[in-house]
Design a protein around this ligand. Structure first.
Ligand SMILES: Nc1ncnc2c1ncn2[C@@H]1O[C@H](COP(=O)(O)OP(=O)(O)OP(=O)(O)O)[C@@H](O)[C@H]1O
Length: 237
């Protein structure tokens, strides 16, 4: 899978919020869109998802122009705040949702198997029968990841996936999300305004400012936690 964003432009009421954004994603690559509030990150992700349309520019997946393809036909997994878990469905039903609505999709038993596999993957094997309200925030976020990955998407799109979580859970979840994305072998684009989050997760970081990608950075190496030096006890003579 290769994915190219070519010269995307978008205006709202005469203000250009995306001023010609281009970016190429390699197979299995994780890209973070990092930038201050209002720089256009979410607008770009929405256009990639097919939830909004660009005024100009193209989206190309494996050589195919998908700029005008409806969201439902893009086969992208989405973890967005605005796309919360379905409250009236169990965890298992939530995870299987994308498979059940697929045209000529898998059989019921195949769906059940895939859901079990994903529950194992997110390390919540016994919680399939619970409802979202009976989960912690971190567990909910892992279920949202599993729901997004269930139909084996070509690309995973995440908009501030950890922002509703407290700092401790956020850090613990980062590693899990990275591992899940790697294991699924899926490319990912994540919007964040948190530098540490981008460093921890991304292969490359696209810095956005005022509607443009101003530079691409490689993440800073993750610093190992400080180790307290072991001091040999002073033995009294
Ligand atoms: N539907 C809309 N109608 C009008 N203006 C919009 C709309 N969506 C976004 N904007 C404007 O476009 C600009 C970019 O917004 P966008 O949400 O893409 O930024 P962002 O980088 O994701 O910010 P944040 O980190 O705060 O979410 C902002 O000035 C915003 O007010």
């Amino acid at each position: 899978m290769s994915f190219d964003i070519h010269d995307i432009r978008k205006s709202f009421g005469g203000t250009e919020v995306l001023r010609g954004v281009s970016l190429s994603l390699q197979k299995g690559e994780f890209i973070a869109l990092l930038g201050p509030s209002g720089s256009g990150k979410t607008s770009l992700l929405n256009i990639v998802a097919g939830l909004a349309h660009a005024d100009a520019g193209r989206l190309v997946m494996d050589g195919r122009d998908i700029t005008r393809l409806p969201a439902g036909q893009r086969h992208f997994g989405m973890v967005f705040q605005s796309y919360a878990l379905f409250r009236h469905m169990t965890v298992a039903e939530n995870i299987g949702f994308g498979l059940r609505v697929m045209k000529n999709g898998p059989s019921r038993s195949e769906i059940a198997m895939r859901v079990r596999e994903l529950l194992e993957m997110i390390e919540l094997p016994d919680l399939g029968a619970r409802y979202p309200a009976q989960l912690s925030g971190g567990q909910r976020q892992r279920v949202a990841m599993a729901r997004a990955l269930a139909p084996r998407p070509q690309l995973l799109l995440m908009d501030e996936p950890f922002s509703a979580l407290d700092a401790e859970v956020r850090v613990a979840l980062r590693d899990q999300v990275r591992a899940l994305q790697r294991r699924a072998g899926v490319g990912a684009i994540m919007v964040t305004h948190d530098r540490a989050e981008a460093d921890a997760l991304a292969d490359r970081i696209a810095i956005m400012d005022q509607g443009l990608i101003t530079r691409i950075e490689t993440p800073a190496p993750v610093v190992a936690p400080a180790v307290t030096p072991v001091v040999a006890p002073v033995v009294a003579p």
